[in-house]
Design a protein around this ligand. Structure first.
Ligand SMILES: Nc1ncnc2c1ncn2[C@@H]1O[C@H](COP(=O)(O)OP(=O)(O)OP(=O)(O)O)[C@@H](O)[C@H]1O
Ligand SMILES: [Mg+2]
Length: 444
């Protein structure tokens, strides 16, 4: 908007300001001093006012973004908010931010308007000055009446563009701040930078290595993982145990390349993840994250979401293993059953089953399951285990769970506590150590 507005014409007027003042000087001599001083003061004043204007503009943009954030959060968490009776709290928070943005918006307008008003005031003052001074010059016979009239007209012409220029400076500030915000977004690191050549690994075996991995979430105070090392062979089945908040899900996120370690390295098939194309990596990992969710669409769409090649056979097989088939079978619409936004229309356990089918559908060499059965009843879980077990041959399984019933699926257990590995070994040994209290973790 800034570029298309009166910009070009207004800036083209600037040289004419000097020309007009020069002509006034030719006609009326010293009278030219008055508009010259007025232009000078207007410029200085305008420039000084840009400083508070700039801070006001960035403040109002930050507040607008926060207001937007509250809105998104509220809509996303509507059911939770209602169940907690938190609506009035959120409403007052919303109203507070609306008031805030209104106030800062007003401040921006007042400031830019005052710049314009200030130059208008100077224009008037300068006109009066020219007339008064000119009148004295006429009395002294140094100027003709015609000369005075010409000087007054030219004075108006010279100062006219000043108002526009001031206005433009204000708008330019607004545009520059917006541009700065955009540039900051564009400058954020991307997962696949344009110039970067990744090692292309279309199929992976499934070996995973953590080498002294330390990781702290952005803006978190303490490290979620602290010098975590382990190595998992291709085809090995490993469970991660540990208390709430011990770092299990963080390990899963690092394996998926959703975050990069601060120190140390995560390797899959002996390749550092920083050198691997995230697309290749994730195609080879079937994952259920703790907070995975479903999208608007049919059950079939949701299962096939991440797969490159989708045939009904694969979908059916994944659905049978995960238990989706059980409940879809009884529904008249079958796999075309619509799922609403964020999985509405399905029960919690059914959502989990669909997420599980989604992880299994591509037959990936690595399965990464974070609490895969937390919302599923014991009966369904049993069937799930019995169906999953035979499909695990030759695959790497990383299983995060609080449920002892899933442990027969694995042969090895790694126990985390406060972001450190406190035990790592064959299943029976680790379970025994946990039960006898040799490892200080209240778990399993
Ligand atoms: N997105 C995040 N931002 C900041 N800190 C986080 C984030 N996610 C987790 N953390 C912190 O990292 C630590 C480990 O979290 P993690 O999710 O790995 O725990 P967990 O072992 O999976 O726990 P749970 O059994 O509850 O799933 C916790 O102390 C948590 O506070
Ligand atoms: Mg977790």
């Amino acid at each position: 908007e800034f570029l298309t507005s009166a910009t070009v014409t207004a800036f083209a007027d600037i040289p004419f300001i000097a020309l007009f003042i020069f002509v006034i000087w030719l006609i009326a001599g010293p009278v030219a001093m008055i508009p010259a001083v007025a232009v000078f003061i207007a410029l200085i004043g305008g420039l000084i006012l840009q400083v508070p204007l700039k801070t006001a503009i960035s403040k109002s943009q930050v507040e607008a973004a926060q207001k937007h954030g509250i809105l998104v959060e509220t809509i996303g968490g509507l059911e939770t908010i209602k169940s907690l009776n938190a609506q009035s709290r959120l409403q007052s928070k919303w109203e507070r931010f609306v008031a805030k943005t209104a106030a800062s918006g007003l401040r921006v307008r007042v400031l830019s308007l005052s710049i314009v008003t200030f130059t208008m005031f100077l224009t008037q003052l300068s006109t009066i000055g020219v007339i008064v001074y000119g009148a004295y010059l006429i009395q002294d016979g140094l100027l003709t009446t015609g000369g005075l009239i010409a000087a007054v007209i030219l004075n108006g012409r010279a100062l006219g563009p000043m108002g526009q220029v001031a206005n433009l400076l204000a708008r330019m500030n607004q545009s520059l701040t917006a541009l700065g915000a955009l540039n900051a977004i564009m400058a954020l690191p991307v997962e696949r930078p344009a110039g970067k050549r990744f090692l292309h690994r279309p199929t992976l075996q499934g070996a995973i290595n953590f080498r002294e991995v330390t990781f702290t979430y952005p803006e978190a105070e303490i490290a979620a993982l602290n010098k975590v090392s382990f190595s998992i062979n291709a085809g090995e089945r490993v469970a991660f145990l540990g208390r709430v908040g011990s770092g299990k899900s963080t390990v899963a996120k690092l394996i998926l390349g959703l975050f990069a370690p601060d120190e140390g390295a995560v390797l899959v098939d002996r390749t550092d993840l920083r050198q691997m194309d995230p697309i290749d990596l994730r195609r080879n990992i079937g994952a259920i994250l703790q907070d995975s969710f479903l999208f608007h669409g049919t059950v079939r769409d949701n299962i096939a979401l991440g797969a490159t090649i989708v045939d009904d056979e694969a979908i059916l097989q994944a659905a049978e293993t995960s238990g989706v088939h059980e409940f879809v079978r009884r529904h008249p619409r079958g796999y075309d059953l619509m799922v609403g936004e964020r999985g509405e229309g399905l029960s919690g356990g059914q959502r989990q089953a669909v997420a599980l089918a989604r992880a299994l559908v591509g037959q990936p060499p690595i399965l990464l399951l974070d609490e895969p059965t937390s919302g599923i009843d014991i009966g369904t879980e049993k069937t799930f285990i019995s169906r999953l077990a035979p499909t695990l041959k030759g695959r790497t399984l990383i299983l995060v769970t609080h449920r002892a019933s899933l442990l027969p699926l694995v042969e090895r257990i790694i126990v985390l506590d406060q972001g450190r590995v406190v035990a790592d070994g064959p299943r029976e040994k680790v379970l025994e150590a946990l039960n006898s209290g040799k490892i200080k973790v209240d778990q399993a």
